[in-house]
Design a protein. Structure first.
Length: 498
């Protein structure tokens, strides 16, 4: 038989029966935006009270009275949070949580367990099947709402990453629903433990080693320095540090760029309710409850690592997708559309400030003959080598791309005509002076390039005009014998060019 859910605040039952929930939240803070919460419990009274808590915070609430119904609700419309009881007839909460977290389409949905089961082994089991947090009945309403807000906020971060990652894949013209995230491996975590109580340190270290590496720091200021030098998968902070404010350290860690997305676990006793609520408000993701229970600690830490590595995988996929969207896979230079999107603003800004922009268009001489004679594999090797030699001659701020086929373009901000000709000549020599190493019985391959250069002039110059003049100069360099640099002055025109 399950224990009934009871509010901690005095008079809460009467407040609910009279239709007013105001006394449940004496210091209510309205969230910036609403969210959808699915409450799963087979007790109508528990569901009604949880709805009162959540609706008073302007959250949208849907409910389910059993496991299959809960899974159907999730499939109909994804919630931002599932508040789940464990003791239900038929499919229990453990199985519901396991199914939510094992489905790639819902694994990112946070699950908050609210249960009367108080054994550490039950909490460990809940974390092991994927629960994100665990609260005991009867609930303390401020703690409950603080945890709800924390989990909803973490879901929003994941949602933004999922949308961005999906958009990145679509930019690469690849189809598919959901995030392409591999199976998460939580072993080998780098953990920082900030605690000065010897018993606490020894218990936590022995529980987490050898599966994870635990770095121990007993000083709050030193811990802040350590986080700036190395990346950690999770940080555990004792709120009862001697000579330091553990809550302040949590706040500082959450605001640092290096640890903004790092799971943060506060070490505190269950009765430290005020400190726990404050910690959640500062962005703490969960708690290590004293005295330490090894199984619960291991499962809780692994739950946080699983969520972080899922987010890390999304960020990594997004970064790779964006790189592939704007970078040529053969030469690692930017693609033409990337340069075209930036060249217009670059020219406009520099012209407005009276600064020059110079452009080089480079073409590999007789490239078709190379491919026809040696094959396309050698042709690809030539393009990679030429692109590498061009890139090694550029500054980090120079805008370069593979313009198409065997053509390359580089834009230089603040570089005048005389200087860009010198740069072009240096690039030409770097390509021509050393053969391209290839695997062939014909030996090394000598390759040259022709370069057309142009520089902005006047206040009405444009990126399109600059590109045209550089292209005309390239035409002249090829016409005059190739393996040379030609600079297009504003008064020059190439006869017969179209």
């Amino acid at each position: 038989m399950r224990a009934n859910l009871k509010p901690a605040a005095a008079g809460a039952d009467n407040a609910w029966k009279s239709g007013s929930a105001a006394h449940l939240f004496p210091e209510r803070v309205v969230p910036e935006m609403t969210a959808r919460v699915l409450v799963v419990d087979d007790s109508a009274g528990s569901v009604a009270l949880l709805e009162a808590y959540l609706k008073f915070e302007y959250l949208e609430v849907v409910s389910a009275s059993n496991g299959p119904q809960a899974l159907a609700r999730i499939a109909e419309r994804e919630p931002d949070l599932v508040v789940l009881d464990l003791l239900m007839e038929g499919m229990d909460g453990f199985e519901v949580c396991r199914r939510i977290k094992s489905d790639p389409g819902t694994t990112h949905v946070p699950v908050l367990i609210v249960s009367s089961l108080d054994a550490p082994t039950d909490r460990a089991k809940a974390f092991n099947v994927g629960a994100d947090d665990y609260m005991m009945k009867p609930l303390h309403s401020p703690s409950f709402i603080a945890r709800v807000r924390s989990l909803i906020q973490s879901k929003r971060v994941i949602d933004e990453l999922r949308v961005a990652e999906r958009t990145g894949r679509e930019m690469r013209f690849q189809s598919g629903a959901g995030a392409t995230v591999p199976e998460i491996d939580i072993a080998g975590g780098q953990l920082l433990l900030v605690a000065d109580d010897r018993t606490t340190v020894n218990q936590i270290r022995s529980a987490l080693v050898p599966e994870h590496q635990v770095h121990i720091d007993r000083d709050a200021d030193d811990a802040l320095l350590v986080t700036k030098r190395g990346e950690f998968d999770a940080i555990l902070v004792d709120l009862s540090l001697e000579g330091a404010d553990g809550l302040r350290l949590c706040s500082q860690l959450r605001n640092l760029e290096e640890t903004r997305h790092t799971p943060l676990l506060a070490i505190a006793r269950e009765r430290d309710i005020v400190a726990r609520v404050r910690a959640l408000e500062m962005g703490v993701n969960g708690f290590v409850t004293l005295p330490v229970h090894i199984g619960e600690l291991q499962a809780g830490v692994n739950s946080q690592l699983r969520r972080k590595r899922y987010a890390d995988a999304l960020r990594r996929n997004l970064r790779q997708s964006l790189e592939r969207a704007v970078k040529d896979p053969l030469t690692s230079m930017h693609k033409r559309r990337f340069l075209e999107s930036l060249l217009g603003p670059l020219v406009a800004q520099n012209v407005e400030r009276g600064r020059p922009v110079s452009l080089l268009i480079m073409d590999v001489d007789h490239f078709k003959a190379v491919s026809d004679t040696y094959g396309h594999d050698v042709g690809d090797a030539v393009l990679r080598e030429v692109a590498g030699r061009i890139s090694s001659s550029l500054r980090g701020i120079d805008l370069s791309c593979r313009f198409g086929g065997e053509e390359f373009v580089v834009a230089f901000s603040g570089i005048d005509g005389a200087t860009v000709v010198q740069i072009a000549e240096r690039i030409r020599c770097k390509v021509a002076d050393r053969p391209v190493p290839i695997v062939s019985d014909k030996g090394p391959l000598q390759v040259t390039i022709s370069i057309g250069a142009a520089t902005t002039f006047g206040s009405d110059d444009t990126a399109a005009a600059l590109l045209k003049r550089a292209d005309q100069a390239l035409y002249r360099a090829k016409k005059d014998g190739r393996n040379r640099v030609a600079h297009h002055e504003k008064w020059e025109e190439v006869a017969g060019f179209s």
